[in-house]
Design a protein around this ligand. Structure first.
Ligand SMILES: Cc1ncc(COP(=O)(O)O)c(C=O)c1O
Length: 398
């Protein structure tokens, strides 16, 4: 059982600190006033930092007007948000629906693509995290899912994928309704699928009557140094799913689709209504998030800071034998350690020094997904402490 001091909160995951009471940009503060630098940006949501004053302002303005409407009633703020997002994705005549969580939006995207395809199976990468809901979470039902382990492509020297390849020959594209692409696996090891494989799968799924659903819940909104994670690939998605940074911590998610998909779904008289669908508060927040991203040049900022961060980490790797690998795109970064079970130890030591970093103990990985607004100074300070801790770790094994 997971341990926590919160004895009335269901223990279904670890809670290691129960006195966090405030945030400010990349900082968290506990009830004793201690400052922690948050390299996980909430749960990868607060891309524009905690307690963002511009977002707080629109929240309080909208809260003074209206938060929730019946699904049969609406203002036009959801339409404004749809137009904004469709423009960012070049889906100009498409449509959008706004929901409450990334999990719900991923499931919705898969559901509508299955609805309009003649095929029934879902293709994805085995490393992808798709949602907390049963259909999409691990282990995935083999009658429904086809999964590819793209790490098998690591030593491949071919410039193009073919159906003869041993990784791909079991795939019958005629059965696939949906290719759910996570353009960078966030939850486990932080791995990025190869360009040629993503292109090959997308093209073949579409050619055989299936659709490409891109799960941008984590990779969207500048996390990888582009607006969307799929911008690193040569593909044309049919449906794009957003969450997390869209609301900067407020629970709003989106499913955005091309006009072709929208008219097919509407043609099937698809019905879906939940209590917070297209809620005005979430939509107002998301519109402000987009405005800030544009006004403050957040995408370029993320790209530059990501490069700067990776440079610092590679410098650590060059002098620390315990660093096995460094992977990253924008501010979505992982450091894999070579000493078994050491990631958890480093995580604890870093927290004691005031740095909250991510960890995936099963893969011995440290993860860094800070707010895109973090300062270079905070990156430098954290890297200095990390180097110290890794050097200490090195001494224990030499
Ligand atoms: C890639 C990805 N997809 C989907 C989800 C599910 O989103 P949510 O936790 O908002 O339901 C997550 C959450 O971490 C995620 O990282």
């Amino acid at each position: 059982m997971f341990q926590s001091k919160l004895n009335h909160i269901l223990a279904c995951h670890p809670i290691i600190k129960t006195d966090i009471i405030k945030g400010n940009n990349a900082y968290l503060f506990d009830s004793d006033g201690n400052k922690i630098i948050d390299f996980e940006s909430g749960m990868w949501c607060t891309a524009l930092g905690h307690n963002n004053s511009k977002i707080n302002e629109v929240i309080s303005q909208q809260a003074g007007k209206i938060i929730n409407t019946h699904f049969k009633l609406s203002g036009d703020v959801s339409q404004v948000l749809a137009i904004n997002l469709l423009g960012l994705l070049n889906f100009n005549d498409g449509k959008a629906v706004f929901l409450s969580s990334g999990s719900e939006a991923v499931e919705f995207g898969i559901r509508i693509s299955k609805l309009i395809s003649q095929n029934h199976k879902i293709l994805t990468f085995s490393t992808s995290y798709l949602s907390a809901f049963p259909t999409t979470s691990l282990p995935r039902n083999e009658n429904l899912w086809i999964q590819i382990d793209f790490l098998q492509c690591n030593n491949c020297t071919k410039t193009k994928c073919t159906t003869e390849c041993k990784v791909l020959k079991h795939i019958n594209f005629n059965t696939i309704s949906t290719f759910v692409l996570e353009p960078g696996s966030s939850s486990g090891r932080v791995l990025f699928p190869p360009d040629r494989l993503v292109k090959f799968l997308s093209e073949n799924v579409k050619k055989h009557g299936g659709y490409v659903v891109v799960n941008e819940v984590t990779t969207g909104f500048g996390r990888t140094g582009e607006w969307f994670g799929h911008n690193h690939y040569e593909i044309n998605p049919d449906i794009v799913v957003l969450g997390k940074a869209l609301g900067n911590g407020y629970p709003v998610s989106a499913v955005i689709m091309t006009d072709k998909i929208a008219s097919e779904v509407e043609g099937k008289k698809f019905s879906y209504a939940q209590s917070h669908q297209n809620d005005p508060l979430g939509c107002v927040i998301a519109n402000e998030v987009i405005r800030i991203f544009k006004e403050e040049n957040i995408i370029q900022n993320s790209r530059e800071k990501g490069e700067f961060f990776l440079y610092q980490l590679h410098d650590i790797k060059s002098s620390c034998s315990v660093v096995k690998d460094i992977r990253g795109r924008g501010l979505m970064i992982a450091v894999e350690l070579s000493i078994p079970n050491s990631a958890e130890l480093i995580f604890e030591k870093m927290l004691n020094k005031g740095y909250f970093i991510g960890t995936t103990p099963a893969w011995n990985v440290l993860r860094f997904f800070p707010p895109l607004t973090i300062s270079k100074d905070d990156i430098i300070k954290m890297c200095k402490e990390l180097r110290k801790q890794l050097k200490e770790l090195e001494k224990t094994v030499s």
